[in-house]
Design a binder for this molecule. Structure first.
Ligand code: N01
Length: 507
């Protein structure tokens, strides 16, 4: 821990140097910052483009936003919250929880808020990352990307969309000045965000058109408020909350059998989903429209008790003809029908495998991550390192995503690994550390082998889980406890290292 945070001027430009720079302060960046602080470090900074911690939970403020993983599990293991108001918390409560954790662990003063990283370039001579940002230049010995996968809104390339004269905004950039009451509204998309927005606005708009490209599978949402007595027990009886968390974890983990190992087992969930559809959508024509045509689990399974009743309302239409163009005040579908609207909500997801952030990071050979991924697809090692990007680690990198349980569990696994990596670099006096190409290649061959039979690859759907090469570069294909044990310790032997100290050797 020799090099600390310092300011120095290069020419007229002040350059701030920090031993470690974390980019992003959502669940992953914040959690890692807390761990570094707990290790007694103060030689790190967190650059956060927003004005607060929270990441996707700060940004997604659309009506109805809530988590589809129970809060007992969708929270840090080191900061259990006995005060959750319900089993599946809504966005404001989750955001308050994250803010509270940042305060409790006193890491806010390690943050530079409103600081958008616009570029990062590896300088082999100085063995440092040179970072450009909206708040000037920084350098770091170790750079950690914690920007997340669901942060860059994906705006659909629909003819005329820029000429629309009414209100138009993405689900993750909700315009709270907009009052949709009594208006004719279109929602484009029927993913996890849209199925929460539609019930939240259906009763107050005059008319709602839901533009569905692919019908999603929906399962029941076992959501309920916690009783006061339950909260008291969580708070005062040791072990009960941890036990509840473990039970939720174990129940969710059983889904891996069907999702990744033996997709025919997904029939059980499909039967439940079909029954729900039959009960909640009474109109046969509408039911036919919203019946999915792929195996459940291939795309993210959604949970809602309110979506089907909402689309069954008289003032809601599900439109399945593709959108041909958007005009000044209307949406026109492929069948030539023009529907007038006052507002359009674009709930079309995020740039996951083609994040614009990748264009800003240049590695050892000068290539950006975007160029590399364009050629070979998103590939990394343990979701945490990428060959050609020395002294750089990734939170939520390639193949860390999940469709069935809490991402916070994966995040904490990566925190273990990356915090240990940084400690190892210090302990061994390493100047550079870069994952070996042969190790990374072998890791990815094994990942893709496991994914071959998984429902995401074989279930007959198109999804953002697969990249343009047809590879699943987003999801972890196994039980999550295997990921946890794989990342328990930093494996320096998988890395090429150089050293300041001639005697240092990889362990
Ligand atoms: O985005 P999505 P999301 N024209 O990509 C459609 C997390 N999350 O924001 O299925 C017309 O899932 C697209 O159609 P299709 C969660 O991880 C969690 O809803 O590709 N339609 C799809 O219907 C989730 O997976 C929570 O055919 C177009 C929709 O838009 C992730 O965020 C809540 C289109 C996009 O669905 C993303 O969810 C919210 C086009 N050009 C989000 N392009 C919870 O925890 C896309 N679509 C509850």
């Amino acid at each position: 821990m020799s090099r600390k945070v310092t300011d120095k001027a290069v020419g007229n430009q002040p350059v701030r140097h920090s031993r470690i720079i974390i980019v992003g302060s959502g669940f992953s960046g914040l959690g890692l910052a807390i761990r570094l602080s707990q290790q007694g470090r103060d030689d790190y900074l967190v650059l956060e483009r927003g004005h607060d911690v929270g990441g996707t939970w700060r940004d997604n403020t659309y009506p109805g936003a809530a988590c589809d993983v129970p809060s007992q599990l969708y929270s840090y293991s080191f900061a259990l919250n006995p005060e959750w108001s319900r089993s599946f918390s809504k966005q404001p409560e989750i955001q308050r929880y994250i803010q509270g954790v940042a305060d409790k662990y006193n890491v806010r003063d390690k943050h530079v808020f409103d600081c958008d990283m616009t570029g990062a370039r590896w300088n082999a001579e100085t063995a440092r990352w040179e970072i450009q940002s909206s708040q000037g230049a920084f350098t770091a010995d170790i750079l950690i990307s914690a920007v997340g996968a669901l942060c860059e809104p994906n705006l659909p390339d629909i003819k005329g969309i820029n000429d629309f004269q009414g209100e138009i905004f993405h689900s993750a950039r909700w315009d709270h000045d907009s009052d949709l009451s009594g208006k004719r509204v279109a929602v484009i998309g029927t993913g996890a965000s849209a199925i929460q927005i539609v019930p939240a606005i259906a009763s107050k708009v005059a008319h709602l058109d839901v533009y569905q490209r692919t019908a999603p599978w929906l399962l029941p949402r076992a959501d309920r408020p916690y009783l006061g007595v339950e909260k008291l027990v969580f708070k005062h009886v040791p072990g009960v909350q941890a036990l509840s968390r473990a039970a939720i974890y174990a129940a969710r983990e059983t889904q891996v059998v069907g999702l990744a190992k033996f997709p025919p087992a997904m029939k059980i969930l499909e039967t439940i989903a079909r029954a729900k559809l039959a009960i909640e959508v009474r109109d046969p024509a509408l039911r036919k429209k919203v019946t999915p045509n792929f195996r459940i689990g291939c795309k993210r399974m959604l949970i809602s008790n309110e979506y089907y009743p909402a689309i069954s309302r008289d003032n809601v239409d599900v439109v399945t003809d593709g959108i041909k163009e958007i005009r000044a005040n209307s949406v026109v579908t492929a069948d030539g029908v023009e529907r007038e609207v006052d507002a359009i909500i674009v709930a079309t997801g995020f740039h996951v495998t083609d994040s614009p952030a990748y264009e800003t990071i240049s590695g050892r050979d000068g290539r950006t991550l975007a160029e590399l991924f364009d050629e070979i697809g998103q590939q990394g090692y343990k979701g945490s390192a990428i060959h050609n990007y020395p002294n750089m680690f990734f939170m939520l990198g390639p193949n860390v995503g999940l469709g069935h349980t809490s991402m916070v569990y994966m995040i904490e696994s990566q925190i273990n690994y990356i915090a240990d990596a940084v400690a190892t670099v210090d302990r061994l006096g390493l100047r550079t550390v870069e994952v070996r190409k042969d190790v990374q290649d072998e890791y990815n061959v094994e990942l893709q082998r496991k994914l071959e039979g998984a429902v995401w690859n074989t279930g007959g759907c198109a999804s953002w889980y697969l990249d343009k090469h047809g590879n699943n570069t987003t999801l972890w294909p196994d039980f999550t406890f295997r990921f946890r044990s794989l990342l328990e310790k930093f494996d320096a032997s998988a890395y090429e290292t150089t050293s300041d100290q001639p005697t240092a050797a990889a362990v």
